[in-house]
Design a protein around this ligand. Sequence first.
Ligand SMILES: *[C@@H]1O[C@H](CO)[C@@H](O)[C@H](O)[C@H]1NC(C)=O
Length: 246
Amino acid sequence: MMKTLVVFLSLTILSFGGAHAATMSFKNNCPYTVWPGTLTSDQKPQLSTTGFELASQASFSLDTPVPWNGRFWARTGCSTDASGKFVCATADCASGQVTCNGAGAIPPATLAEFNIPAGGGQDFYDVSLVDGFNLPMSVTPQPQGGTGDCKTATCPANVNAVCPSELQKKGSDGSVVACLSACAQFGDPKYCCTPPQETKEKCPPTNYSQIFHDKCPDAYSYAYDDNQGLFTCSGGPNYLMTFCPS
Ligand SMILES: *[C@@H]1O[C@H](CO)[C@@H](O)[C@H](O)[C@H]1NC(C)=O
């Protein structure tokens, strides 16, 4: 009798947990290999993988628990150096391994950010260039389960091609591999929206954030991007992250 009850309760908990997972799929449309990284926020346990290789045209998927706060990005130009350390030209997490193990991307990095509440409430997600840009990326809610706006958050353009020289991050061959945010490069409150310009009213767009915004109007170009880059979807959708979406 007791055993039956225990089994019943575990099954109930398991199916409840299962119904509240979000499946995150990744597709690499870039003509080169990327190495996505995953980071769970709030000191919560990390996902089943914190970093993996994704060849051109390859796909991968993993589940997040719900609620979940965290981010995804993709490293480029990675290789194992002479000392056996895994290093990347952009968005490295400095773990020395393909997995990031709780470390985040070193800017500049295009980020996909998620805030998924418990119980199928309203998800918030965005593509952020607040920490700079390294490759084009989109986040698309998948049809099953999603209700409400559920639009694609995206930075489909190659911002590296229009990156002003003072923000360029160059690779070993001299090509522009990423574009720093003006905040990261200059540390000025007017670019970082830090005191004395810490409010939205006191931190309007700048000539630099405008470059990101013009290329990618459906992404966050700086900290107070008038919520243009913030998207919502309700009802527990799954999501597709595409690298080089167009
Ligand atoms: C942006 O404005 C600053 C002055 O506020 C100027 O020094 C800089 O050259 C400008 N950069 C671009 C890319 O327009």
